[in-house]
Design a binder for this molecule. Structure first.
Ligand code: FES
Length: 99
């Protein structure tokens, strides 16, 4: 598991980038009292999803060409695409990504 940090310290409007030991980058987002983790690169052309714009509590717009994603499911809402989602655990207020 990858320790991300305290849930309360996670920004509400931006993503946090973490990396597995194998060098895979994962974007972590706070959704109120929960957190989600998805692949860091947009499936369109690799845009940095951590720099995306949050739309409501659970949607994200890629900063490059405005593909929209549901962060809870990883599903793209305006194109046929799907983000890889990673399980998240919160233990005593600390967020971990299972990867
Ligand atoms: S790279 Fe994300 S929408 Fe094009």
């Amino acid at each position: 598991m990858i320790e991300v940090g305290s849930l309360e310290a996670l920004p509400e409007t931006e993503g946090v980038l973490v990396e597995t030991e194998a060098g895979i980058e994962i974007a972590v987002f706070r959704l109120g009292g929960a957190a989600v983790a998805v692949q860091a690169d947009c499936p369109h052309r690799g845009g940095p999803l951590v720099e995306g714009t949050r739309c409501g509590i659970d949607q994200l717009e890629c900063p490059w060409h405005a593909w929209y994603f549901d962060l809870r499911t990883g599903k793209c809402l305006n194109q046929e695409a799907q983000l890889l989602c990673y399980p998240v655990r919160i233990v005593d207020g600390t967020v971990f990504v299972v990867a």
